[in-house]
Ligand binder design. Structure first.
Ligand SMILES: *[C@@H]1O[C@H](CO)[C@@H](O)[C@H](O)[C@H]1NC(C)=O
Ligand SMILES: *[C@@H]1O[C@H](CO)[C@@H](O)[C@H](O)[C@H]1NC(C)=O
Ligand SMILES: *[C@@H]1O[C@H](CO)[C@@H](O)[C@H](O)[C@H]1NC(C)=O
Ligand SMILES: *[C@@H]1O[C@H](CO)[C@@H](O)[C@H](O)[C@H]1NC(C)=O
Ligand SMILES: *[C@@H]1O[C@H](CO)[C@@H](O)[C@H](O)[C@H]1NC(C)=O
Ligand SMILES: *[C@@H]1O[C@H](CO)[C@@H](O)[C@H](O)[C@H]1NC(C)=O
Ligand SMILES: *[C@@H]1O[C@H](CO)[C@@H](O)[C@H](O)[C@H]1NC(C)=O
Ligand SMILES: *[C@@H]1O[C@H](CO)[C@@H](O)[C@H](O)[C@H]1NC(C)=O
Length: 476
């Protein structure tokens, strides 16, 4: 592509594009109207080196500087700083043209109620549990075809480039690993071809390593370490400033992750945060941020053996097992433990009982919030063919932009915990059977595969990010 003299100064616009189609028709498009550069950092960034990493590292960041990049898009000579804004504009022009094609294809799919693909599609989403199955399918096709992410290479392990692969925060490390292992087709070969930029910092690893031994729950060090990283990349490369962070994202499953950006709302105003702890009372904005489903991954293997009885054979009306983590669980346990055979609420799993079997023998699985809003029980419900019962407040549900949760889950407000039995018994059998069937049909979206497969959990997470990128336009 040639450098065009008509390139003008980059402005940031918000277009109420796809989210309109999906789920937030009434929301204001206020997010990106004010366009101001982030304030300069006063923090000491030296420990997240801005310099090329030592040669013991396998990463070589020196080829990443904006000046020395091979020019993917133009014949602009390297080494002339005054040229960079032109490159930037033309990069955005090209990226935006690509996204415009994707939007057009999605619009067409919606109108024609069909899809267009260059490949055989292994899965065709259909059914009322999708807000718009045609839009979703085409959007997924366009994502697989086009979406490219650049993961910044600065910073060192373990805080950057690696995360937990097991237990409750596993999705954080699995995503980072997938993006970093070099096999993903979503990786840009060059930052100039990226639609989105990833800060591959692990909040869980910061908590694990920076806070070791943990003597303080003060989020201060986390906030500073994360901000240092953003400051490094924003100073070193042109990309953050070109969008004021709007095409940049972080991803974390740790409870503390929302705290990262509270300290500096101006800096992170547009920054996309992909979080398990999607608590709307703590600044999570569903139009800008995306919810990460929580997975409890066993140290032994990625997939656990689940168990699922046919719906008619399930003997337990509702099941829960877990600790007294937070007020909601406290209320649930206090009210229901040992009270009713049909509502099996356990503080600890009874001796000799198998968690997966109990889930697979229950019609409804209770998914209350714990110390934070997310629960791995949501994902586990899909694997057990158990209709999830969400007991939380201000939780933005995973993939809510694509999935209509009212069609396959029950929402019970926290204050109605004593009425759980009455509410569930009041759901007609045919209604339950419909929901149960949808739960089993949606299972693939909550399946974590390495390498990932189309429409699985990692693709759904990527799609959440893709959708948010489609929703903004970086004007040139
Ligand atoms: C930054 O941190 C490094 C090492 O932690 C220290 O040597 C240096 O003096 C600090 N600089 C400032 C400006 O605080
Ligand atoms: C890093 O890249 C620079 C410039 O491309 C090169 O001179 C240097 O040898 C590389 N270092 C390593 C460790 O690969
Ligand atoms: C960069 O390009 C401009 C305009 O072409 C020129 O005036 C300037 O001298 C160049 N600067 C360098 C450092 O090459
Ligand atoms: C990348 O993919 C190849 C072939 O599927 C596989 O053998 C290799 O282990 C993968 N690499 C990583 C780092 O996962
Ligand atoms: C981005 O903007 C900040 C604040 O204005 C500035 O300090 C930084 O140098 C800019 N980054 C680049 C790569 O120009
Ligand atoms: C959080 O939930 C409460 C109770 O459901 C509701 O009154 C409040 O408006 C919600 N706040 C946000 C920010 O969504
Ligand atoms: C389900 O129940 C039917 C009838 O009670 C029984 O014949 C069948 O074996 C049961 N299936 C399973 C998987 O338990
Ligand atoms: C969500 O955030 C609000 C406000 O900080 C807090 O009171 C509430 O406990 C949080 N929810 C959970 C489940 O942690």
């Amino acid at each position: 592509m040639e450098v065009s003299a008509s390139c003008s100064y980059a402005l940031l616009l918000f277009s109420i594009f796809l989210i309109f189609i999906y789920s937030f028709p009434s929301k204001q498009n206020h997010l990106f109207l004010a366009f101001e550069p982030p304030p300069a950092s006063t923090h000491n960034t030296s420990h997240l080196s801005t310099e090329p990493l030592p040669s013991s590292s396998t990463r070589n960041t020196s080829h990443l500087s904006a000046e020395s990049l091979p020019s993917a898009s133009s014949s602009v000579p390297a080494g002339n700083n005054t040229i960079i804004p032109i490159k930037k504009r033309c990069r955005l022009e090209r990226i935006e043209a690509d996204l415009a094609q994707a939007r057009a294809a999605i619009h067409e799919a919606i109108q024609k109620r069909s899809f267009k693909s260059d490949k055989d599609e292994i899965f065709i989403p259909r059914g009322s549990m999708y807000r718009n199955a045609y839009a979703f399918q085409q959007s997924h096709i366009e994502m697989v075809k086009r979406f490219k992410i650049w993961a910044y290479r600065d910073g060192e392990r373990p805080l950057v480039h690696s995360g937990p692969l097991k237990h409750i925060y596993a999705i954080e490390g699995q995503f980072i690993d997938e993006i970093e292992n070099g096999n993903s087709s979503f990786i840009a070969q060059h930052p100039d071809e990226a639609h989105a930029f990833f800060a591959p910092v692990s909040v869980q690893h910061i908590v694990e390593y920076v806070y070791r031994p943990i003597t303080s729950y003060d989020r201060d060090r986390l906030v500073r370490t994360f901000k240092d990283y953003i400051m490094v990349v924003a100073h070193k490369y042109p990309y953050w400033n070109a969008s004021n962070g709007a095409d940049h994202f972080m991803l974390s499953c740790h409870d503390w992750a929302p705290g990262v950006s509270v300290d500096d709302p101006e800096l992170y105003k547009n920054f996309v945060r992909v979080l398990c702890n999607a608590n709307m009372s703590e600044g999570f904005q569903p139009e800008r941020d995306a919810t990460l489903p929580e997975f409890n991954i066993s140290p032994l293997s990625l997939t656990r053996h689940w168990f699922s009885k046919p719906p008619q054979n399930r003997s337990i009306l509702a099941f829960f097992s877990g600790g007294r983590h937070g007020d909601i669980r406290e209320g649930l346990i206090n009210h229901w433990v040992g009270k009713d055979n049909e509502i099996q609420v356990n503080e600890y799993l009874p001796k000799g009982k198998d968690y997966a079997r109990l889930m697979g023998d229950s019609k409804y699985c209770l998914c209350p919030s714990g110390f934070e809003v997310a629960s791995p029980r949501l994902v586990e419900s899909f694997h057990s063919g158990c209709v999830p019962v969400i007991i939380s407040s201000n939780y933005s549900l995973p993939f809510n932009d694509v999935l209509d949760w009212t069609k396959f889950s029950v929402n019970i407000p926290v204050e109605k915990i004593p009425e759980i039995k009455k509410i569930l018994q009041g759901i007609p059998e045919y209604e339950y059977l419909k929901m149960q069937k949808r739960v089993t049909k949606l299972r693939r979206h909550f399946q974590l595969n390495r390498p990932p497969k189309p429409f699985d959990a990692l693709h759904m997470v990527l799609h959440s990010i893709w959708l948010r990128r489609l929703n903004i336009r970086l004007q040139h």
